[in-house]
Design a protein around this ligand. Structure first.
Ligand code: DQA
Length: 142
């Protein structure tokens, strides 16, 4: 089983961002924690700061993966292009946020991409990713 983990802009700088919201894990540490928790699953960790690159990656996801975890980062709040690309994916997909976007600034409280996903996990810092993979695994393998 192969899971694509897509990370949007500025998540490559995670260890330098506000730990109160985002925790203290780097993306590399999140990948290690996913592989350690789910040794039977193959993960591809993908990060891009560019909207069109994320759209391209999503367009090739059906053919190459069994499920998607996506943190669109700031694009969550306004990228209709990423939302449309997610709608085209027929494999299960879960949106994640490290921070609890519902308790933050008003502009972060709405995600335009979330409606194109099967579910959303927010506010658990790096555990959001683990919870999303747990759910995907159940959805795919029962
Ligand atoms: C984020 C929340 C977004 O509002 C923000 O722009 C991010 C990260 C999160 O994981 O909490 O870059 O998606």
């Amino acid at each position: 089983m192969r899971i694509l983990v897509v990370n949007g802009p500025n998540l490559n700088m995670l260890e330098k961002r506000d730990a109160t919201h985002y925790g203290s894990f780097s993306l590399g540490m999140i990948e290690e924690s996913l592989s350690g928790t789910f040794p039977e699953i193959e993960f591809e960790m993908y990060q891009s700061n560019i909207e069109g690159e994320i759209v391209g990656k999503l367009q090739s996801a059906d053919a190459n993966y069994n499920g998607i975890v996506i943190n669109p980062a700031a694009y969550s709040h306004y990228s209709l292009a990423i939302r449309d690309a997610l709608e085209l994916c027929n494999i299960p997909k879960i949106e994640v946020h490290l921070s609890n976007i519902h308790g933050r600034e008003e502009f972060r409280q709405h995600s335009v991409t979330a409606a194109a996903c099967n579910g959303v996990v927010a506010g658990l810092k790096e555990i959001s990713y683990i919870a999303a993979v747990f759910a995907l695994n159940k959805m795919i393998n029962g």
